[in-house]
Design a binder for this molecule. Structure first.
Ligand code: ZN
Length: 656
């Protein structure tokens, strides 16, 4: 592992201990082989003058909820060192009392809650303390004779601590182990099945020590041939089964979720290992991963849906065995799956969660294979893993964040997404928690949507193979399809029937009608496996109240409405709802150029302003109004409505 310390960068910290602490914490946090997603913690001890003018020793410790890679000074909680040291002398202390006590000992009540390892950091008599869950170190300890191997790597230069629960129990154990210790004899501390600590008087030394010790573990793995060789592997992609897997996992979880299939060589080759049933189900790489990944993945075989059912039953048993009637069971659904021949699946409520699971499993599968080469992957007992999974302080990490968004875990597809109603639908569905695949023939779509959770895709919806490809990419990435907003449309120049050019007529039918049938045809097999699946077709006020001069448009939209009605009939037995919205003209779409607008207004002999609000309520309808209606139709209020045509037109005397 490379030492990334830069004297130039460090110089900017001007010898300020907290600034240096921030700098080297970020260096550690940016190395995924050291810490992943909020793992690890760091601290610095320094004197601070209080407002009475007295000097106090303060431990600045990583606040919970902060990530080392992006931490700032505000992410460190300032806690009175003497109080933490006195807490270490207590024989017993519950973790919740410990957290309360630590918060009460902070000199800034607005700082984040100190890491649960604050006491442990306090009793290490060095200014800078670094703690990571380095893959290489943990991998070596997660073997049949891990402790012996650690001795082989480090000799007597590290203090070896057998596994105990993090928090007060761990701090107390280390307090007892080190009361009469000559710390200068040690370069670091290895926590079996957990991680590594280094310490020094300067940020640079403590960091360098971490890199040096971790590199020694990496070299050891190399020397022992514990290098994972990945062969080229082809995934047997089976997207319909993937959608069925997502459906089954969501049912057990009790809420919608994403299921992302990873078909990289390393994923497929892991899934194909001969003894996968055994090695993949022994437990997580480090115990704190359990809140993200559950103790084990589900292994999918001939009948994935039944395999998931079996996983759930096993989880319930595991819970019953260790909970002793004390806890409330978390949802029993798996968080990742090993699918031999296909790859790995990561489940999560949103893109961020899926990414976390995916990153953790990447590191886990590598460690498992390395440890197997070293003679056998061995992790903590099931009981230890359970205690971590149901540890109140770990659970608190997951509970953060407010209300669950309406469409969290849902997958939506919107056509004609680059402007107007389509664009507004993409943004509204995304704002309400859905991941959205945004199709448009206009390449601009890729520039318009750069948010996480929106996948802009250039697609000509009049070409079936392009639609199919877009949907297949979506299923592989998110595992399913729940909401289709069939919106793509064009409004061609006004022409009376006697003058309509054949090209105008055909183009309108192709885009405004036929393309929607192609989309439905490609989407239906996946919608059948969707979660509260629904199709929303964007019709037009022109359907119930046509005007002269736009036959090509009106006829296609009328046909589209009829298509939706038949779809409602055909798809109801599968639980798929199909509804139509008939918007009045929205003038913020690409098709309403000032010229078109002027021409239509002139046609009726009124001003453009009058034309825009030409309805009973005298209001202008915007793309956003339509998008809100689409979201309502996709949501719970309309869960029992299908085949409906909803006007959003300010009221029209030819319709009411
Ligand atoms: Zn730790």
């Amino acid at each position: 592992m490379e030492n990334s310390w830069s004297h130039k960068e460090a110089k900017r910290c001007k010898d300020n201990p907290l600034a240096l602490r921030v700098y080297s914490s970020q260096l550690l946090g940016r190395e995924p082989d050291l810490v992943l997603h909020g793992g690890g913690n760091t601290s610095v001890k320094t004197t601070v003058r209080n407002f009475f003018g007295e000097e106090e020793m303060i431990l600045y410790i990583k606040g919970s909820g902060w990530d080392l890679g992006t931490i700032e000074a505000a992410g460190f909680a300032p806690v009175k060192l003497d109080i933490l040291k006195r807490m270490a002398q207590l024989k017993k202390l519950s973790d919740s009392a410990m957290v309360k006590g630590q918060r009460a000992a902070m000199i800034d009540p607005n700082a984040p809650t100190p890491s649960v390892e604050a006491i442990l950091h306090a009793i290490i008599p060095y200014a800078f303390v670094d703690h990571t869950h380095a893959d290489s170190v943990v991998t070596i300890t997660n073997t049949l004779d891990g402790e012996r191997r650690i001795r082989e790597v480090y000799g007597d230069r590290v203090l070896i601590v057998p596994y105990v629960m993090p928090g007060f129990i761990l701090a107390r154990k280390i307090y007892e182990m080190t009361r009469d210790l000559d710390w200068s004899k040690y370069d670091g501390m290895i926590l079996l099945n957990h991680g590594i600590f280094t310490f020094a008087d300067t940020a640079r030394k403590s960091y360098a020590q971490m890199i040096r010790l971790v590199s020694m573990a990496e070299d050891y793995l190399k020397r022992r041939g514990a290098v994972v060789k990945i062969k080229k592997q082809k995934s047997q992609v089976d997207l319909l089964t993937l959608a069925a897997i997502r459906w089954a996992v969501a049912r057990h979880k009790g809420s919608a979720l994403l299921a992302s299939l990873k078909i990289l060589d390393k994923a497929v080759s892991f899934s194909n290992l001969r003894n996968i049933d055994s090695i993949a189900t022994r437990g997580p790489l480090t115990p704190d991963h359990v809140i993200r990944t559950k103790p084990t993945p589900v292994i999918l075989k001939e009948n994935p849906v039944e395999d998931i059912q079996r996983f759930v039953e096993k989880y319930k048993k595991y819970f019953k065995q260790y909970a002793h009637g004390q806890w409330t069971m978390l949802d029993p659904a798996p968080r990742w799956a090993v699918w031999p021949g296909h790859g790995l699946i990561s489940f999560g409520a949103n893109v961020q969660d899926v990414q976390i699971v995916s990153d953790i499993t990447d590191h886990t599968i590598k460690a498992i294979q390395q440890a197997e080469i070293l003679g056998g992957w061995k992790v903590l007992s099931e009981k230890d893993i359970f205690e971590m999974e149901y540890w109140e302080l770990e659970q608190a990490k997951l509970k953060k964040g407010g209300k669950t968004p309406l469409f969290q875990g849902k997958v939506a597809l919107v056509t004609g997404a680059a402007s107007g109603i389509g664009k507004a639908c993409v943004l509204s569905l995304h704002a309400k928690g859905a991941v959205v695949v945004a199709l448009d023939i206009n390449r601009e779509v890729e520039r318009i949507f750069t948010q996480k959770g929106i996948v802009p895709t250039v697609c000509d919806v009049t070409k079936k193979d392009q639609i199919r490809k877009a949907i297949e990419a979506m299923i592989q990435r998110f595992g399913g399809l729940d909401i289709v907003v069939s919106n793509a449309g064009i409004f061609l120049a006004s022409e009376n029937i006697a003058q309509i050019k054949t090209a105008t007529w055909e183009k309108s039918l192709q885009v405004n009608l036929s393309s929607h049938q192609l989309l439905l045809q490609c989407a239906i097999p996946y919608l059948e496996l969707g979660l509260d699946p629904t199709v929303i077709v964007i019709g037009s006020k022109n359907v119930p109240a046509p005007g002269p001069g736009v036959a090509a448009y009106s006829v296609a939209k009328a046909g589209l409405t009829q298509l939706a009605r038949v779809a409602a009939l055909e798809l109801a037995p599968k639980g798929i709802r199909v509804n139509v919205v008939h918007p009045n003209q929205v003038f913020d779409t690409a098709i309403w150029t000032p010229e078109v607008l002027q021409k239509r207004a002139e046609h009726y002999g009124i001003s453009v302003a009058e034309y825009k609000t030409n309805n009973l309520l005298k209001v202008e309808i915007t793309s956003q109004d339509v998008a809100e209606m689409v979201c309502a139709l996709a949501g719970p209020v309309f869960l029992k409505t299908t085949g409906a045509q909803i006007p959003i037109d300010g009221g029209n005397d030819r319709v009411v």
